[in-house]
Unconditional design. Structure first.
Ligand code: ATP
Length: 230
């Protein structure tokens, strides 16, 4: 008989950060897919703060938050929160690091909460350069979504990082049996889509067949009525 897990998580929270300039169908599909596959109880979407010391994002923080609300309101079966902690810190000219964002979240939830940090394969390649990246494995499980054009390239990443990644590789059920440290590469969906390409397409062609297919309808209407990316 399998032993009862000693540390079964009481709640699983999916954490997904990004610029979301704008949020697109790739983001929505990723969150929906992972939320269902890992049976998460809650989703935290965390838009990055507006950079104050370098060329900024195109849409304002308020617009990106509004678009996220529109994109996720009808699509998720579980509670979701657009968490503005990184935007708030940026307004005070405080830099945000994912490790601190996760630490803040840990303080808001019961200790028996499992967090799943969701990132795309492009971000995975940089993960070992993020501030205190080792701690990320002690704060959350890490799920990487495959992305066309980006392989994980484990052989090019630091050994210590690869070891933690491979050590954590386990089945999906194990993500509920502890609160952090498990890892998973999700290959079940791979949208060839980026916000950069969408912005370029909107700037060059306005609302085209492509942008209509890649952006949630309500977000598209919002973009149009606020003349963003024209
Ligand atoms: P940009 O083109 O402006 O850099 P983006 O489309 O990559 O934007 P972000 O807002 O930076 O979107 O992404 C948020 C998170 O979603 C990141 O972890 C990123 O890797 C991931 N992501 C975005 N698009 C995809 C995709 N098509 N497949 C897998 N992951 C993705």
């Amino acid at each position: 008989m399998k032993p009862e897990p000693l540390l079964a998580a009481q709640k699983t929270v999916l954490v997904f950060g990004g610029s979301f300039d704008p949020v697109h169908q790739g983001h929505v599909a990723m969150v929906q897919h992972i939320a269902e596959r890992f049976a998460v109880d809650e989703v935290r979407i965390i838009p990055a703060g507006q950079p104050w010391q370098k060329a900024g994002l195109v849409a304002t923080a308020e617009q990106r938050v509004a678009m996220l609300e529109l994109a996720f309101a009808d699509t998720l079966k579980v509670d979701f929160i657009i968490d503005q902690q990184e935007i708030d810190r940026a307004k005070q000219q405080i830099a945000s690091y994912t490790v601190e964002t996760l630490q803040n979240l840990r303080q808001q939830y019961a200790p028996q909460t499992a967090f799943i940090l969701l990132i795309g394969a492009d971000q995975f390649r940089n993960l070992s350069t993020w501030k205190n990246w080792q701690q990320l494995f002690q704060l959350a499980h890490i799920v990487v979504a495959a992305r066309p054009g980006y392989s994980l390239q484990l052989d090019e990443l630091p050994g210590e990082f690869v070891q933690l990644w491979q050590q954590g590789n386990d089945d999906i059920a194990s993500f509920k049996q502890c609160y952090f440290g498990k890892t998973w590469l999700e290959t079940g969906l791979a949208w060839d889509i980026s916000a950069t390409r969408i912005r370029a397409s909107l700037q060059q062609q306005g609302q085209s067949k492509e942008s209509i297919a890649l952006i949630p309808r309500k977000v598209l209407d919002y973009l149009q009525s606020h003349s963003i990316y024209n």
